[in-house]
Ligand binder design. Sequence first.
Ligand SMILES: [Zn+2]
Length: 262
Amino acid sequence: MDGVTGTVPPDPAAGRLLDEQAPLFTADAPRVYSRAQWKARAPKRPAKVLDRAPDHIVVHHTDTGNSTDYSVGHAFSLSRYIQNFHMDKRGWDDSGQQLTISRGGVVMEGRNRSLASIRSGDLAVGAQVLHNNEHTLGIENEGNYMRTAVPGRLWASLMEVCVWLCREYDLDPGEAIVGHRDYNETSCPGDVLYSRLPALRRAVADRLEGASAAPKPKGKPKGKPKGNPKAPPKPDGGQDYGNPNQYYQGDGDWPGLLNLNW
Ligand SMILES: [Zn+2]
């Protein structure tokens, strides 16, 4: 895209800092900023919506800078930046991920039709895990977590988003929450965030009545993610060919949204 300078471009309209004390997002009152609010571009075509729930929630990191700007305006800039990158550089129809969370904990809709689909128990198909987009929902978490600690506000929103999704889709967090690297060869969502997924599963389970209440080992999701990332594309897997939205090779392996070398 034009104008890549190494940082997410500032949004002059949005300097407002978030109140550090106020919860931004809770599963009981989910506040997801809409595409209209962050001024998304129109997608190249509407997302495909499947009349079923996803079976896994995939945690990603954006591999962008670890910004200390926790404002809503920065979050909106991030969403626009990712959308431009996915549409213009990756050639996809729209943002790949269904949801985006900024380091300040701002939760935003990614791919078009995602929010309405979550509310109706359906899946707006994204482009976030190669070969596994038709049964997963992806959350992009701003930053790079190979070595950096996850900000408290981001963590709080991620946990609440997972509670919300597990309720809407009737998912067991112990099985449903996985990292991108569980599917594809990628460092995403970073060693630090990945190492916290067991704690995330436990925290979400604690919030869900009757779900995973009994202690059980949760070092790994019980259910293996569907699909074998090492397996070659199936000859009959038409959706694995010809659709650039399927070719998400793993954002952990990207040069980085903010470190583009091309
Ligand atoms: Zn990823």
